[in-house]
Design a protein around this ligand. Sequence first.
Ligand SMILES: [Zn+2]
Length: 314
Amino acid sequence: MKIFIDAGHNYSGHNTGAQGNNLREQDITFEVAKILSERLKWAGLQTKLSRETLQTNLGKDNAGSINARWQAANAWAADYFISIHVNAGGGTGAETFIADTKRSDLKFAEIVNDEYCQKMGLKNRGVKIDAQTAHKSLGVLRNTKMPAILIELAFIDSSLANPDVEILRNRKSEMAAAIADGLLKFLARLSPVQGMQGISNNANFATNNNAPNANNTLQINILGNIQEIPGYIENDTIWVQMRLFAEKLGFAVGFDGTPYVTTQNGENVYIQGNIVDLPVRQAGGVTWVQMRQFAEKLGFTVGWNGKFATVHKF
Ligand SMILES: [Zn+2]
């Protein structure tokens, strides 16, 4: 799954962004895009940024700058395109634009926009169809071949009585996380049967820094049912009891002197042996594995939103 992330505007010269309250749009869009990219990679998605560094300037003029973005997304054959912008004009809140030519964009835009506004506590100005914009950037929406949205994070020149400027100045990681959550929610919705065939962990991990102990459990939501699985956290890494975790994911576990899992291809994956060398611990007669590496070996992707781990299959 390939996500193209467009950090709106250029650093200097042509196609620079809006300014207000000693902030520059092009600096904010780059920082948020970069963090968003990292988070999505963490969730198992491939990402590509339109501006690879803060100082990157695309194209030779305004039109060239816009063209470079959608052309790069099309050339890369992205599955989804997200353009990050910041609004101006003295209002408050967030809104998301889509082209009027691609029906597939609307739900994508609605879910990301709603999630973002709710998480950030910003006024939800809704999803708007590309008709006119001060940015003149919506060529990225019309000319991309894949579903594409352009989110306006907040107003850079808003009154300080509104939350916009404080958010743009100080909460870039939260903005990126909210967009990532919206995208993952949208992707999960696409295929409710195969999609999110997995778990989200509802445990308060910060309180679970314990050594291997079958009595210490993590609450895990598996296919909508909250269940408890023996697990613990160490140095930000989640360890789970291999057999129970594998079985929850629908795999069988065997033992022929070394524990192994039979995958859906019929392959026997030895967790610590000469086939796959994954970290493993033996404690109390039980095998413990690192959840991420183990889940990925079985074809799942693992994400982390700062509170909950998610294991899913796209
Ligand atoms: Zn803009």
